[in-house]
Ligand binder design. Structure first.
Ligand code: AMP
Ligand code: GLY
Length: 429
């Protein structure tokens, strides 16, 4: 079977790596890929946004399965376009990608299906939004409706901050049309966790839970990022909590969409705030999380390509996944300046050191191959550059693996968090 993976992050390197272990997969292409996917797959120089070109490539090369990594092509309808041509493609159609592409759509779906989430109101008028904020008080959360590269949520601790956020999003349009509407939402407290699941529209096959680390600096300080590290499983989600999440969130969503005649097929990412064991949904994403995927897939023993095909074909009934029961910790190595404007172009040293390390994996994110004067090297390409992953019997063991391995790699301005996984260790016994 020939597979095309679309994307160029650490998530996509991990997906390519895992798909390459499937008995049925003979050849993998990755568009556009990175310096790491280049070692396993054939990188194809097509942007994730160039849906026509991706479609042409898939048809010409008789691709049997296309896996879409990032949200933008999903929201732009890549799955519908591939399906129209009879191609198998993993991900939701455009109408359901709105669960991530429109916060208003997602909140209204939660309301219809009685899924627990923060209280909210929707506005297309900044004056009315401000009146509501004055009435509700702080803390309060302001969210641009559309996609805003992970920056569209502003948690406000003063009224002025909240009013300013409304102006920035609705008047100054810092996120463009994504800010035509906003969601103003109750601020939730608790422990944030992620639950990813496969669904074919009826059956639900959950992956192990995980926890992302969104802030740039140790101790959850600094600005929000795409994610500076993750670990799996998240021990705060015991079996009782997982059942509650299934019964109150996953089942109502999957069944509700199915009953409305729009069954969701693909991977669904549920971002949750857990407070006193009660789940409330922060967000839905319609794709694999990054970096959660890099902490989850190294634990998966089952065949990923098979799982994706069964999702597409509506055959997930009675599918049970097999897992390595160790903990997995993923640390993101980012460029200086990330999540703002980050440096590009430095040569990365020490990449060969990882080949023989046991229970340590290296996934590339923003890297690319450079050939200068006949010498080949891997350079950083800005943002999140590499992901190091360690497996261990305990969280501490996995942390030891990954943090000892970090010492082998070097690039100019490299920054990373030193406390990924600590939250799992701080839990009451
Ligand atoms: P989202 O893109 O909706 O996941 O929001 C990004 C981040 O903002 C989340 O990961 C949370 O840390 C935070 N956040 C979003 N909504 C809320 C909320 N209602 N209360 C507190 N924090 C929130
Ligand atoms: N790590 C958060 C996300 O993938 O959206």
């Amino acid at each position: 079977m020939k597979v095309l993976v679309i994307g160029s992050g650490g998530r996509e390197h991990c997906l390519v790596w895992k798909l390459a272990q499937s008995a049925s997969v003979d050849k993998i292409y990755c568009a556009p890929g990175n310096g790491g996917t280049d070692l396993i797959a054939e990188n194809v120089d097509i942007s994730v946004m160039a849906i026509d070109k991706l479609l042409e490539f898939a048809l010409e090369n008789k691709i049997d399965l296309t896996v879409v990594g990032p949200e933008l092509p999903l929201v732009n309808g890549i799955v519908d376009r591939f399906q129209e041509k009879g191609l198998k493609v993993f991900g939701p159609t455009k109408d359901l990608a709105l669960l991530e592409g429109s916060k208003v759509f997602a909140k209204e779906a939660m309301q219809r299906f009685k899924i627990p989430t923060a209280d909210f109101a929707v506005f297309d008028d900044s004056v009315k939004a401000k009146e509501y904020i004055a009435q509700k008080g702080i803390p309060i959360v302001i969210k641009a409706d559309g996609l805003a590269a992970g920056k569209g949520v502003i948690v406000c601790n003063t009224v002025n901050e909240a009013l300013g956020a409304v102006d920035l999003i609705m008047e100054e349009k810092i996120f463009g049309r994504a800010g035509n509407k906003i969601v103003v939402e109750e601020c939730l407290e608790g422990e944030e966790v992620s639950l990813l699941l496969f669904t074919d529209g009826e059956s639900i096959v959950p992956l192990v839970s995980s926890q992302d680390h969104k802030r740039a600096l140790d101790g959850d300080q600094g600005p929000n990022t795409g994610g500076m590290g993750a670990y799996a499983p998240a021990p705060m989600l015991n079996d009782g909590f997982l059942k509650r999440i299934n019964d109150q969130v996953c089942r109502p969503l999957v069944d509700g969409l199915n009953k409305e005649g729009t069954p969701y097929k693909g991977l669904l990412y549920v971002g949750l705030m857990m407070q006193d064991g009660q789940p409330k949904v922060l967000e839905f994403n319609v794709r694999f999380g990054d970096p959660e995927t890099q902490a989850i897939l190294p634990k998966l023993k089952s065949d990923l390509a098979d799982l994706m095909l069964k999702t597409i074909d509506g055959k997930l009934t009675n599918v049970h996944l097999e897992w390595d029961d160790r903990y997995c910790v993923c640390v993101v190595l980012a460029c200086a300046g990330y999540p703002g404007n980050s440096q590009k172009g430095g040569v990365i040293e020490g990449l060969d050191e990882f080949k023989d390390l046991e229970d340590v994996y290296l996934f590339h994110a923003a890297t690319k191959k450079q050939i200068e004067d006949g010498t080949e090297s891997i350079v950083s390409n800005g943002g999140r550059v590499l992901n190091l992953v360690g497996l261990g019997q305990t969280v501490h063991g996995a942390q030891n693996k990954v943090y000892s391995a970090v010492k082998n790699v070097k690039f100019e301005g490299m920054q990373y968090r030193h406390d990924i996984g600590n939250k799992a260790l701080q839990l009451p016994k």
